[in-house]
Design a protein around this ligand. Structure first.
Ligand SMILES: Cc1cc2nc3c(=O)[nH]c(=O)nc-3n(C[C@H](O)[C@H](O)[C@H](O)COP(=O)(O)OP(=O)(O)OC[C@H]3O[C@@H](n4cnc5c(N)ncnc54)[C@H](O)[C@@H]3O)c2cc1C
Length: 399
Protein backbone atom coordinates (compact mmCIF):
# COMPACT_ATOMS: atom_id res chain seq x y z
CA UNK A 1 0.00 0.00 0.00
CA UNK A 2 1.37 3.46 -0.92
CA UNK A 3 2.46 5.48 2.12
CA UNK A 4 2.17 9.24 1.56
CA UNK A 5 -1.20 10.69 2.48
CA UNK A 6 -2.62 14.21 2.41
CA UNK A 7 -5.53 15.08 4.72
CA UNK A 8 -7.39 18.38 4.23
CA UNK A 9 -9.20 19.73 7.30
CA UNK A 10 -7.74 19.62 10.84
CA UNK A 11 -10.91 19.08 12.85
CA UNK A 12 -12.43 15.96 14.43
CA UNK A 13 -12.26 13.66 11.41
CA UNK A 14 -8.94 14.94 10.01
CA UNK A 15 -7.02 14.82 13.30
CA UNK A 16 -8.38 11.41 14.23
CA UNK A 17 -7.45 9.99 10.80
CA UNK A 18 -3.97 11.57 11.02
CA UNK A 19 -3.39 9.92 14.42
CA UNK A 20 -4.42 6.45 13.26
CA UNK A 21 -2.61 6.62 9.91
CA UNK A 22 0.61 7.66 11.64
CA UNK A 23 0.04 4.80 14.09
CA UNK A 24 0.12 2.42 11.11
CA UNK A 25 3.31 4.01 9.76
CA UNK A 26 1.93 6.26 7.00
CA UNK A 27 3.61 9.54 6.15
CA UNK A 28 0.86 12.14 6.78
CA UNK A 29 0.53 15.81 5.84
CA UNK A 30 -2.51 17.79 7.09
CA UNK A 31 -3.54 21.03 5.40
CA UNK A 32 -6.05 23.33 7.17
CA UNK A 33 -7.58 26.42 5.58
CA UNK A 34 -7.86 28.38 8.82
CA UNK A 35 -4.68 30.28 9.74
CA UNK A 36 -4.61 28.68 13.21
CA UNK A 37 -6.01 25.55 14.82
CA UNK A 38 -9.78 26.06 15.33
CA UNK A 39 -10.58 25.47 18.99
CA UNK A 40 -14.17 26.79 19.09
CA UNK A 41 -17.50 25.03 19.22
CA UNK A 42 -20.08 23.95 21.75
CA UNK A 43 -21.26 20.71 23.36
CA UNK A 44 -20.98 17.60 21.18
CA UNK A 45 -21.83 14.00 22.06
CA UNK A 46 -19.55 10.99 21.65
CA UNK A 47 -21.55 7.78 21.68
CA UNK A 48 -21.13 4.03 21.11
CA UNK A 49 -18.49 3.30 18.46
CA UNK A 50 -17.10 6.83 18.75
CA UNK A 51 -16.56 6.23 22.46
CA UNK A 52 -14.74 2.99 21.62
CA UNK A 53 -12.42 4.80 19.15
CA UNK A 54 -11.52 7.29 21.89
CA UNK A 55 -10.85 4.37 24.26
CA UNK A 56 -8.57 2.67 21.70
CA UNK A 57 -6.62 5.92 21.31
CA UNK A 58 -6.03 5.95 25.06
CA UNK A 59 -7.91 9.26 25.37
CA UNK A 60 -10.97 8.16 27.34
CA UNK A 61 -9.80 9.51 30.70
CA UNK A 62 -8.78 12.85 29.21
CA UNK A 63 -12.14 13.20 27.44
CA UNK A 64 -13.96 12.32 30.67
CA UNK A 65 -11.85 14.84 32.58
CA UNK A 66 -13.10 17.55 30.21
CA UNK A 67 -16.72 16.44 30.45
CA UNK A 68 -19.10 19.39 30.29
CA UNK A 69 -20.57 18.38 33.66
CA UNK A 70 -24.09 18.33 32.23
CA UNK A 71 -26.26 16.17 34.49
CA UNK A 72 -29.16 15.89 32.07
CA UNK A 73 -31.75 18.00 30.24
CA UNK A 74 -34.94 19.76 31.25
CA UNK A 75 -37.65 21.25 29.08
CA UNK A 76 -38.92 24.51 30.56
CA UNK A 77 -41.72 27.00 29.91
CA UNK A 78 -41.70 30.83 29.80
CA UNK A 79 -41.48 30.98 33.61
CA UNK A 80 -38.60 28.49 33.71
CA UNK A 81 -40.94 25.86 35.22
CA UNK A 82 -39.81 22.32 34.37
CA UNK A 83 -42.08 20.45 31.95
CA UNK A 84 -39.96 17.28 31.63
CA UNK A 85 -36.62 16.09 32.95
CA UNK A 86 -34.16 13.57 31.51
CA UNK A 87 -31.33 12.61 33.85
CA UNK A 88 -28.12 11.35 32.19
CA UNK A 89 -27.47 8.88 35.01
CA UNK A 90 -30.77 7.07 34.36
CA UNK A 91 -30.40 6.97 30.59
CA UNK A 92 -26.65 6.44 30.05
CA UNK A 93 -25.49 6.85 26.46
CA UNK A 94 -29.09 6.80 25.17
CA UNK A 95 -30.39 10.08 26.55
CA UNK A 96 -30.16 13.64 25.21
CA UNK A 97 -27.01 13.98 27.40
CA UNK A 98 -24.41 11.39 26.36
CA UNK A 99 -21.94 9.77 28.74
CA UNK A 100 -19.11 11.56 26.91
CA UNK A 101 -20.26 15.19 26.56
CA UNK A 102 -17.44 17.49 25.62
CA UNK A 103 -16.98 20.88 23.99
CA UNK A 104 -16.10 20.45 20.33
CA UNK A 105 -12.95 22.55 20.71
CA UNK A 106 -11.75 20.47 23.67
CA UNK A 107 -12.23 17.25 21.71
CA UNK A 108 -10.54 18.67 18.61
CA UNK A 109 -7.55 19.78 20.79
CA UNK A 110 -7.32 16.38 22.48
CA UNK A 111 -7.06 14.81 19.02
CA UNK A 112 -4.81 17.49 17.55
CA UNK A 113 -2.14 17.46 20.29
CA UNK A 114 -1.02 13.85 19.81
CA UNK A 115 -1.62 14.02 16.02
CA UNK A 116 0.67 17.03 15.56
CA UNK A 117 3.66 15.11 16.91
CA UNK A 118 3.06 12.33 14.38
CA UNK A 119 2.06 14.26 11.22
CA UNK A 120 3.09 17.48 9.44
CA UNK A 121 0.47 20.24 9.81
CA UNK A 122 0.18 23.27 7.51
CA UNK A 123 -2.29 26.00 8.45
CA UNK A 124 -3.59 28.80 6.24
CA UNK A 125 -3.48 26.73 3.06
CA UNK A 126 -5.93 24.79 0.88
CA UNK A 127 -6.12 22.74 -2.29
CA UNK A 128 -6.66 24.60 -5.58
CA UNK A 129 -6.31 21.69 -8.02
CA UNK A 130 -5.95 17.91 -8.20
CA UNK A 131 -4.61 15.79 -11.07
CA UNK A 132 -4.79 12.03 -10.74
CA UNK A 133 -2.98 9.26 -12.60
CA UNK A 134 -3.41 5.55 -11.87
CA UNK A 135 -0.66 5.58 -9.25
CA UNK A 136 -0.34 9.12 -7.85
CA UNK A 137 -2.07 12.46 -7.25
CA UNK A 138 -0.51 15.84 -7.90
CA UNK A 139 -2.00 18.58 -5.75
CA UNK A 140 -1.68 22.33 -6.18
CA UNK A 141 -2.17 24.63 -3.18
CA UNK A 142 -3.05 28.27 -2.66
CA UNK A 143 0.09 28.95 -0.63
CA UNK A 144 2.62 26.15 -1.10
CA UNK A 145 4.34 24.42 -3.99
CA UNK A 146 2.63 21.53 -5.83
CA UNK A 147 3.24 18.13 -4.28
CA UNK A 148 2.58 14.50 -5.13
CA UNK A 149 0.71 12.11 -2.81
CA UNK A 150 -0.56 8.55 -2.96
CA UNK A 151 -3.94 9.33 -1.39
CA UNK A 152 -5.91 12.47 -0.51
CA UNK A 153 -8.45 12.38 2.34
CA UNK A 154 -10.95 15.23 2.29
CA UNK A 155 -12.19 16.05 5.83
CA UNK A 156 -13.26 19.66 5.19
CA UNK A 157 -16.72 19.58 6.76
CA UNK A 158 -20.16 20.12 5.27
CA UNK A 159 -19.18 22.96 2.89
CA UNK A 160 -16.05 21.21 1.48
CA UNK A 161 -14.67 22.90 -1.64
CA UNK A 162 -12.38 19.99 -2.56
CA UNK A 163 -15.45 17.74 -2.63
CA UNK A 164 -16.98 20.06 -5.22
CA UNK A 165 -13.70 20.00 -7.19
CA UNK A 166 -13.36 16.21 -7.31
CA UNK A 167 -17.04 15.18 -7.22
CA UNK A 168 -18.77 18.06 -9.06
CA UNK A 169 -22.57 17.94 -8.83
CA UNK A 170 -22.54 14.62 -6.93
CA UNK A 171 -23.72 15.94 -3.56
CA UNK A 172 -27.52 16.07 -3.40
CA UNK A 173 -27.94 17.92 -0.09
CA UNK A 174 -31.01 17.35 2.03
CA UNK A 175 -31.92 20.74 3.48
CA UNK A 176 -33.51 20.41 6.92
CA UNK A 177 -35.19 23.87 6.92
CA UNK A 178 -33.49 24.59 10.25
CA UNK A 179 -30.82 27.20 10.95
CA UNK A 180 -28.73 27.05 14.11
CA UNK A 181 -26.34 29.36 15.95
CA UNK A 182 -23.92 28.18 18.66
CA UNK A 183 -21.85 30.35 20.98
CA UNK A 184 -20.51 30.79 24.51
CA UNK A 185 -21.97 33.37 26.90
CA UNK A 186 -21.48 34.32 30.55
CA UNK A 187 -23.15 32.04 33.10
CA UNK A 188 -26.31 33.48 34.66
CA UNK A 189 -28.09 32.93 37.99
CA UNK A 190 -30.66 30.59 36.47
CA UNK A 191 -28.08 28.37 34.73
CA UNK A 192 -27.59 25.00 36.42
CA UNK A 193 -25.83 21.72 35.68
CA UNK A 194 -28.81 20.71 33.50
CA UNK A 195 -29.19 21.68 29.85
CA UNK A 196 -32.34 23.86 29.74
CA UNK A 197 -34.45 23.70 26.60
CA UNK A 198 -37.12 26.29 25.82
CA UNK A 199 -39.44 26.34 22.81
CA UNK A 200 -41.11 29.48 21.50
CA UNK A 201 -43.77 29.66 18.80
CA UNK A 202 -42.62 30.23 15.23
CA UNK A 203 -40.47 27.08 15.23
CA UNK A 204 -37.86 28.55 17.56
CA UNK A 205 -35.83 26.89 20.31
CA UNK A 206 -33.20 27.99 22.82
CA UNK A 207 -30.95 25.52 24.59
CA UNK A 208 -28.58 26.69 27.34
CA UNK A 209 -26.03 24.12 28.48
CA UNK A 210 -23.31 24.04 31.15
CA UNK A 211 -19.63 23.63 30.28
CA UNK A 212 -16.42 22.73 32.09
CA UNK A 213 -15.28 26.36 31.75
CA UNK A 214 -17.98 27.79 34.04
CA UNK A 215 -19.63 29.48 31.06
CA UNK A 216 -22.97 28.85 29.37
CA UNK A 217 -23.13 27.30 25.92
CA UNK A 218 -26.05 28.53 23.86
CA UNK A 219 -27.84 26.98 20.89
CA UNK A 220 -30.52 28.88 18.97
CA UNK A 221 -32.65 26.92 16.52
CA UNK A 222 -34.94 28.58 13.97
CA UNK A 223 -37.14 26.89 11.42
CA UNK A 224 -36.73 28.63 8.07
CA UNK A 225 -36.41 27.79 4.39
CA UNK A 226 -32.72 28.27 3.49
CA UNK A 227 -31.86 31.35 1.47
CA UNK A 228 -28.06 31.11 1.36
CA UNK A 229 -27.54 32.45 4.91
CA UNK A 230 -24.55 30.09 5.32
CA UNK A 231 -22.59 32.40 2.99
CA UNK A 232 -23.31 35.63 4.94
CA UNK A 233 -20.69 37.30 7.14
CA UNK A 234 -20.79 36.76 10.92
CA UNK A 235 -22.42 40.15 11.68
CA UNK A 236 -25.15 39.53 9.13
CA UNK A 237 -25.73 36.04 10.52
CA UNK A 238 -26.04 37.46 14.04
CA UNK A 239 -28.51 40.08 12.78
CA UNK A 240 -30.51 37.34 11.05
CA UNK A 241 -30.79 35.35 14.30
CA UNK A 242 -31.52 38.49 16.34
CA UNK A 243 -34.51 39.31 14.12
CA UNK A 244 -35.91 35.82 14.58
CA UNK A 245 -35.66 35.81 18.40
CA UNK A 246 -36.21 39.43 19.40
CA UNK A 247 -39.84 38.85 20.51
CA UNK A 248 -39.27 35.43 22.12
CA UNK A 249 -39.92 35.04 25.86
CA UNK A 250 -38.08 33.18 28.67
CA UNK A 251 -34.36 34.13 28.65
CA UNK A 252 -34.27 35.09 24.96
CA UNK A 253 -33.12 38.67 25.52
CA UNK A 254 -30.22 37.49 27.68
CA UNK A 255 -29.30 34.86 25.08
CA UNK A 256 -29.37 37.51 22.32
CA UNK A 257 -27.19 39.87 24.36
CA UNK A 258 -24.70 37.02 24.79
CA UNK A 259 -24.82 36.27 21.07
CA UNK A 260 -24.06 39.83 20.01
CA UNK A 261 -20.79 39.85 21.99
CA UNK A 262 -19.81 36.20 21.41
CA UNK A 263 -16.45 35.73 19.74
CA UNK A 264 -16.90 32.02 19.02
CA UNK A 265 -20.23 32.40 17.15
CA UNK A 266 -20.78 29.44 14.77
CA UNK A 267 -23.75 29.42 12.39
CA UNK A 268 -25.06 26.70 10.14
CA UNK A 269 -27.98 26.25 7.75
CA UNK A 270 -28.55 22.57 8.35
CA UNK A 271 -28.23 20.23 5.43
CA UNK A 272 -27.21 16.63 5.10
CA UNK A 273 -24.52 15.67 2.59
CA UNK A 274 -25.77 12.85 0.35
CA UNK A 275 -23.17 11.16 -1.83
CA UNK A 276 -23.61 7.91 -3.76
CA UNK A 277 -19.86 7.35 -3.58
CA UNK A 278 -17.18 8.64 -1.23
CA UNK A 279 -14.14 7.81 -3.35
CA UNK A 280 -13.01 8.93 -6.77
CA UNK A 281 -9.72 7.31 -7.77
CA UNK A 282 -7.28 8.10 -4.98
CA UNK A 283 -9.37 10.82 -3.35
CA UNK A 284 -11.74 9.88 -0.52
CA UNK A 285 -14.23 11.87 1.56
CA UNK A 286 -14.46 11.60 5.35
CA UNK A 287 -16.64 13.02 8.14
CA UNK A 288 -19.15 15.80 7.45
CA UNK A 289 -17.63 16.31 3.96
CA UNK A 290 -18.82 12.81 3.08
CA UNK A 291 -22.06 12.41 5.03
CA UNK A 292 -22.94 15.34 7.31
CA UNK A 293 -25.96 14.18 9.32
CA UNK A 294 -26.50 17.62 10.98
CA UNK A 295 -26.57 18.20 14.75
CA UNK A 296 -30.25 17.15 14.74
CA UNK A 297 -29.03 13.56 14.51
CA UNK A 298 -26.68 13.96 17.51
CA UNK A 299 -24.22 11.58 15.87
CA UNK A 300 -21.93 13.74 13.67
CA UNK A 301 -18.91 13.54 16.00
CA UNK A 302 -19.37 9.80 16.53
CA UNK A 303 -19.56 9.23 12.75
CA UNK A 304 -16.46 11.39 12.17
CA UNK A 305 -14.41 9.46 14.76
CA UNK A 306 -15.65 6.07 13.60
CA UNK A 307 -15.13 6.89 9.92
CA UNK A 308 -11.57 8.10 10.56
CA UNK A 309 -10.76 4.92 12.49
CA UNK A 310 -12.27 2.64 9.83
CA UNK A 311 -10.69 4.45 6.88
CA UNK A 312 -7.21 4.43 8.44
CA UNK A 313 -7.61 0.80 9.48
CA UNK A 314 -8.75 -0.35 6.03
CA UNK A 315 -5.84 1.52 4.41
CA UNK A 316 -3.47 -0.21 6.82
CA UNK A 317 -4.55 -3.71 5.82
CA UNK A 318 -5.64 -3.43 2.18
CA UNK A 319 -3.51 -4.03 -0.87
CA UNK A 320 -4.78 -1.02 -2.79
CA UNK A 321 -6.63 2.24 -2.12
CA UNK A 322 -9.57 0.93 -4.17
CA UNK A 323 -9.92 -2.13 -1.93
CA UNK A 324 -9.59 -0.02 1.23
CA UNK A 325 -12.19 2.52 0.06
CA UNK A 326 -14.62 -0.28 -0.87
CA UNK A 327 -14.28 -1.85 2.61
CA UNK A 328 -14.66 1.58 4.26
CA UNK A 329 -17.83 2.23 2.25
CA UNK A 330 -19.26 -1.21 3.05
CA UNK A 331 -18.72 -0.80 6.78
CA UNK A 332 -19.67 2.86 7.18
CA UNK A 333 -22.60 3.31 4.78
CA UNK A 334 -25.27 1.43 6.77
CA UNK A 335 -24.16 3.25 9.95
CA UNK A 336 -24.27 6.62 8.15
CA UNK A 337 -27.66 5.92 6.58
CA UNK A 338 -29.13 5.13 9.99
CA UNK A 339 -27.55 8.26 11.42
CA UNK A 340 -28.99 10.37 8.61
CA UNK A 341 -32.39 8.77 9.05
CA UNK A 342 -33.76 11.59 11.19
CA UNK A 343 -37.18 12.26 9.65
CA UNK A 344 -37.67 15.82 8.42
CA UNK A 345 -40.85 16.12 10.47
CA UNK A 346 -38.99 15.38 13.77
CA UNK A 347 -37.35 18.82 14.08
CA UNK A 348 -40.70 20.37 13.14
CA UNK A 349 -42.44 18.43 15.90
CA UNK A 350 -39.76 19.52 18.38
CA UNK A 351 -39.97 23.16 17.22
CA UNK A 352 -43.69 23.87 16.72
CA UNK A 353 -44.87 27.04 14.97
CA UNK A 354 -48.30 27.67 16.52
CA UNK A 355 -49.50 28.11 20.12
CA UNK A 356 -51.56 24.95 19.74
CA UNK A 357 -48.50 23.05 18.49
CA UNK A 358 -46.47 24.34 21.42
CA UNK A 359 -49.13 23.31 23.94
CA UNK A 360 -49.29 19.85 22.32
CA UNK A 361 -45.50 19.46 22.45
CA UNK A 362 -45.44 20.39 26.12
CA UNK A 363 -48.24 17.90 26.86
CA UNK A 364 -46.29 15.16 25.07
CA UNK A 365 -43.07 16.14 26.87
CA UNK A 366 -44.81 15.86 30.24
CA UNK A 367 -45.74 12.27 29.40
CA UNK A 368 -42.33 11.40 27.89
CA UNK A 369 -40.59 12.66 31.00
CA UNK A 370 -42.47 10.23 33.26
CA UNK A 371 -40.39 7.43 34.82
CA UNK A 372 -40.70 4.23 32.79
CA UNK A 373 -41.57 6.11 29.60
CA UNK A 374 -38.55 8.38 29.38
CA UNK A 375 -36.17 5.48 28.63
CA UNK A 376 -38.07 4.70 25.41
CA UNK A 377 -38.58 8.39 24.66
CA UNK A 378 -34.86 9.10 24.77
CA UNK A 379 -34.34 7.19 21.50
CA UNK A 380 -36.80 9.61 19.87
CA UNK A 381 -35.00 12.64 21.25
CA UNK A 382 -31.49 11.53 20.29
CA UNK A 383 -32.18 9.75 17.00
CA UNK A 384 -30.40 6.71 18.46
CA UNK A 385 -28.73 4.45 15.92
CA UNK A 386 -27.41 0.93 16.16
CA UNK A 387 -23.67 0.61 16.57
CA UNK A 388 -21.17 -1.07 14.31
CA UNK A 389 -18.69 -3.71 15.37
CA UNK A 390 -15.31 -2.02 15.08
CA UNK A 391 -12.63 -4.30 13.61
CA UNK A 392 -9.35 -4.53 15.48
CA UNK A 393 -7.00 -3.29 12.77
CA UNK A 394 -3.91 -3.40 14.98
CA UNK A 395 -4.09 -7.17 14.68
CA UNK A 396 -4.37 -7.13 10.86
CA UNK A 397 -2.34 -4.07 9.82
CA UNK A 398 0.39 -4.93 7.30
CA UNK A 399 2.74 -2.21 8.57
C1 LIG B 1 -15.04 25.97 14.52
C2 LIG B 1 -16.09 24.89 14.50
C3 LIG B 1 -17.10 24.89 15.47
C4 LIG B 1 -18.07 23.89 15.47
N1 LIG B 1 -19.03 23.92 16.44
C5 LIG B 1 -19.95 22.94 16.50
C6 LIG B 1 -20.92 22.93 17.54
O1 LIG B 1 -20.94 23.79 18.41
N2 LIG B 1 -21.83 21.93 17.56
C7 LIG B 1 -21.83 20.94 16.60
O2 LIG B 1 -22.67 20.04 16.65
N3 LIG B 1 -20.92 20.93 15.62
C8 LIG B 1 -19.99 21.91 15.53
N4 LIG B 1 -19.07 21.90 14.52
C9 LIG B 1 -19.14 20.83 13.51
C10 LIG B 1 -18.58 19.51 14.04
O3 LIG B 1 -17.22 19.65 14.38
C11 LIG B 1 -18.76 18.47 12.93
O4 LIG B 1 -20.13 18.36 12.61
C12 LIG B 1 -18.35 17.02 13.28
O5 LIG B 1 -17.55 16.92 14.40
C13 LIG B 1 -17.64 16.39 12.08
O6 LIG B 1 -16.33 16.92 11.99
P1 LIG B 1 -15.51 17.04 10.65
O7 LIG B 1 -14.08 16.98 11.08
O8 LIG B 1 -15.97 16.09 9.62
O9 LIG B 1 -15.86 18.49 10.08
P2 LIG B 1 -15.64 19.97 10.74
O10 LIG B 1 -15.61 19.90 12.20
O11 LIG B 1 -16.65 20.85 10.11
O12 LIG B 1 -14.18 20.37 10.25
C14 LIG B 1 -13.79 20.70 8.94
C15 LIG B 1 -12.41 21.34 8.98
O13 LIG B 1 -11.96 21.56 7.64
C16 LIG B 1 -11.49 22.89 7.51
N5 LIG B 1 -11.67 23.26 6.10
C17 LIG B 1 -12.80 23.66 5.48
N6 LIG B 1 -12.57 23.85 4.17
C18 LIG B 1 -11.27 23.54 3.96
C19 LIG B 1 -10.43 23.53 2.81
N7 LIG B 1 -10.91 23.84 1.59
N8 LIG B 1 -9.13 23.17 2.94
C20 LIG B 1 -8.61 22.83 4.18
N9 LIG B 1 -9.37 22.84 5.31
C21 LIG B 1 -10.68 23.18 5.19
C22 LIG B 1 -12.33 23.68 8.49
O14 LIG B 1 -11.71 24.90 8.84
C23 LIG B 1 -12.41 22.70 9.66
O15 LIG B 1 -11.28 22.81 10.50
C24 LIG B 1 -18.07 22.88 14.47
C25 LIG B 1 -17.05 22.87 13.51
C26 LIG B 1 -16.06 23.85 13.50
C27 LIG B 1 -14.98 23.81 12.44
Amino acid sequence: MPRKILITGASIAGNCAAWWLAEYGFDVVVVEKAPLFRSGGQNVDVRGAGHEVIRRMGLENEVKARNTGERGSVWVDEDNQVIAEFDAEDLGDDGPTAELEILRGDLASLLYEPARSRATFRFGDYITGITQTSDAITVTFAESEPETFDIVIVAEGVGSSTRELVFPGENHPRWMDITMAYYTMPKGETDTDMGRWYNATGGRGILLRPGPDGQTHAFLTAQAKPKGEESLGVNEQKAWMYERFRDAEWEASRALEGMMIAEDFYFDVLRQVKMERWANGRVVLLGDAAWCATPLAGIGTTLALTGAYVLAGELSRSESPTAAFAAYDALMRPFVEQGQGVPKFAPKLLNPRSRLGLATLRGVMRVLGLPGIREAASALLTGKTKDIDLPNYRATSTS
